[in-house]
Design a protein around this ligand. Structure first.
Ligand SMILES: [Cu+2]
Length: 166
């Protein structure tokens, strides 16, 4: 079994969390490549996103893409064959930086390569209000994932903090 992380590391992490409330943060989605081997529900649960923050999707562009979609399309994984139904914006550079401009909104992303979304390549990001105020750090109403597709056990990389009420 792995040793627990040194205390300094934990302190550093906490510090960076504090600091980042002042400026926009940049997140590499999944802390690694945008691929089918990552549990993005677990990943997004670990972070508190604020308006202005930036998501970076890194992937091999011949193998994946990134579509910002509606909630319905996120849930169905169905872009209607032509890759347009429910699509708000599409990215395919392999290094896409997406700024979460809208406060109090949820952003939905999927990969539109066949089977990838259903295989877990989808990301829901809930954006709180902008950084400034210390207003209620809403722990509360995270919706208990209605879609059965997402419900995989936290993959190797996440660690064991699956606190999803059921
Ligand atoms: Cu993909």
């Amino acid at each position: 079994m792995p040793p627990s992380p040194p205390l300094q590391l934990v302190a550093l992490l906490l510090l960076s969390l504090l600091l980042r409330s002042a400026t926009a943060a940049e997140y590499t989605v999944g802390d690694g490549p945008w691929d089918t081997g990552t549990n993005y529900a677990t990943w997004s649960d670990k972070h508190a996103f604020l308006a202005g923050d930036i998501l970076v999707f890194q992937y091999v562009r011949s193998q994946h893409n990134v579509l910002q979609v509606t909630e319905a399309t996120y849930r169905s994984c169905d872009t209607g064959g032509g890759g347009v139904a429910g699509v708000i914006k599409s990215y395919d550079t392999g290094y896409d930086r997406v700024q979460l401009t809208e406060p109090n909104a949820t952003y939905w992303f999927i990969c539109d390569f066949p089977g990838h979304c259903l295989g877990g390549m989808r990301l829901a990001v809930k954006v709180a209000a902008a950084a400034a105020g210390g207003g209620g750090g809403g722990e509360g109403a995270r919706r208990p994932a209605a879609s059965p597709c997402i419900r995989r056990p936290p993959a190797a990389r996440g660690g064991a903090n699956g606190r999803r009420g059921g």
